[in-house]
Design a protein around this ligand. Structure first.
Ligand code: ADP
Length: 479
């Protein structure tokens, strides 16, 4: 109990119990009011029916008697009343023209009642309620004329027994109310606990998953109810988190692996140079080699940084209107010396301006990556063609080469980070397997995409599609 009280009002279980009890309390009060009203109405209607019925019987009999003989005496009236079955709580008085009165039932009518009754207009026989100063009466009176004979009949019924009945009913309802509320609260608390048990189970399991194994899933997801829905949503979230964590872990491991080789090369070059004193030219050769290695290393770090920033959604994009033709022209000019050094023909045509929204620097980088790949993976004497095609909702930049092409199983993976196809064939070509992953990332950052068509041994075509309107990219952990 001590454990429950501090949570009072704070937990859903307590709140449900309170609402449930409150609603039941209001329902019971309404029900009691209706029962009380209906019972009272019923009892009063019964009294009225009885009064009017008795009044008409009494008057009928008295009319008859009055026509035949002298006015009835109390004795005669009592006989009449006995015949009528007048109950003990109903008083009957007949006032005769000579001022005398006959009455039935032991007590005479209280003077205050008679006085107040005489002041009321209702001599038509319709019952009215009169308070004599001490208690309530239901009174029906009528003025009758039988031939030349006039008399007044007054029937009065004490309402105290009815009030007592109603009071007893109200007392019963009042005593029952707290009992019912107590039962409702206990039942509500128990039921709310049962209904909410899956929440506690989901919370415990989710805590365990968060702390231990992201590959575990909530068992409640099998249920077909609302808790099952919640568990399925959480399971989806866990799956995405697991995917994102794995993705990050893999990326970190691959990055460390890629960085290890150039660092090891640098170190061994330095070690060899430091083994013994050397000529100045030897140091110059070693330093030049080390410099080439650092260039590769710095390009790698640059790529890793770009990817890491994009993953963390911290890549500053300066979105503006970009002429795709200009970007392609610029990229082709930048790689032309490289193509020439490999005796490759680089062809591109500049057409009309084709504007999209994007980041010029990143788009140029994507085109250069695809172009350098085409140069890297095409044998001397080959050709590379770049074309820009307008599309319904954007522009498509395609780079076609007559290079080594890709095996179908490689096509599925070349856009993955650190993936390099068939290293043996072009083992001399430097690369880290990040170039195409960056192209894909840049295309997606612009709401576009990249695809490849390739014939193994004959060449490949990479197409980057950039939409005219900039679309916000989907966060990496939702992909
Ligand atoms: P890398 O730094 O190895 O070039 P990329 O991500 O740019 O990394 O490319 C991934 C792999 O895709 C490359 O290792 C290569 O095997 C293959 N590839 C990329 N472009 C071409 C191309 N034009 N022709 C043939 N293979 C290619």
């Amino acid at each position: 109990m001590r454990r429950l009280i501090p949570q009072f009002g704070k937990t859903v279980r307590w709140r449900l119990t309170l609402w449930y009890t409150l609603v039941l309390c209001l329902t019971f009060i309404l029900f009691s009011a209706v029962v009380d009203h209906l019972t009272a109405r019923n009892l009063y209607a019964q009294v009225d029916r009885h009064l009017t019925g008795t009044l008409s019987s009494v008057t009928a009999s008295l009319d008859q008697a009055s026509l035949e003989s002298a006015p009835s005496t109390s004795e005669h009236l009592r006989e009449e009343a006995a015949e009528l079955g007048l109950p003990a709580d109903t008083l009957l008085q007949v006032s005769w023209p000579d001022g005398s009165a006959s009455y039935v039932n032991t007590r005479s009518l209280p003077a205050s009642l008679l006085e107040r009754a005489s002041r009321t207009e209702a001599e038509t026989g319709l019952p009215v309620t009169i308070f004599d100063g001490a208690r309530q009466w239901r009174v029906a009176q009528i003025l009758r004329r039988a031939g030349a004979f006039e008399y007044r009949v007054l029937l009065a019924r004490d309402l105290a027994p009815i009030e007592a009945q109603l009071q007893s009913l109200r007392r019963t309802l009042l005593i029952t109310l707290p009992l019912i509320l107590l039962l409702a609260a206990a039942g509500g608390y128990f039921l709310a606990g049962r209904a909410l048990r899956p929440v506690a189970e989901i919370a415990a399991q989710a805590r365990h998953i968060e702390a231990h194994a992201l590959d575990e899933r909530l068992a409640a997801a099998k249920a077909d109810d609302e808790f099952g829905q919640l568990a399925r949503v959480l399971n989806d979230l866990f799956a995405r988190l697991e995917h994102a964590f794995q993705h990050q872990r893999q990326f970190l491991a691959d990055a460390a692996h890629e960085l290890r080789t150039p660092v090891a090369i640098l170190r061994s070059q330095a070690d060899v140079a430091l083994e013994r004193p050397r000529m100045a030219e030897d140091y110059a050769v070693t330093l030049a080699a080390m410099r080439a290695e650092t260039e590769h290393l710095s390009a790698l770090v640059d790529n890793l940084l770009l990817i890491a920033r994009a993953d963390a959604e911290q890549l500053p994009l300066s979105v503006e209107a970009v002429d795709v033709m200009e970007v392609v022209d610029d990229a082709c000019r930048a790689v032309r010396p490289l193509a020439q050094s490999k005796q490759l023909t680089l062809r591109w045509e500049i057409g009309d301006e084709m504007s999209v929204r994007g980041d010029t620097r990143l788009l140029r980088r994507a085109v250069i990556n695809v172009l350098t790949n085409a140069i890297k993976y095409t044998m001397p004497g080959g050709a590379i063609t770049i074309a820009v095609e307008p599309e319904a909702d954007g522009a498509a930049i395609s780079v076609t080469d007559t290079g080594i092409g890709l095996a179908p199983e490689d096509v599925l993976h070349i856009f993955e980070r650190f993936y390099r196809a068939d290293r043996a064939l072009m083992a001399h070509e430097e690369g880290s397997g990040l170039g195409l992953a960056i192209v894909k990332m840049i295309a997606e950052l612009h709401g576009g995409q990249v695809k490849v068509e390739s014939v193994f041994g004959a060449g490949s075509r990479f197409t980057i599609f950039i939409p005219t309107v900039h679309v916000d990219p989907v966060p990496v952990w939702e992909r």
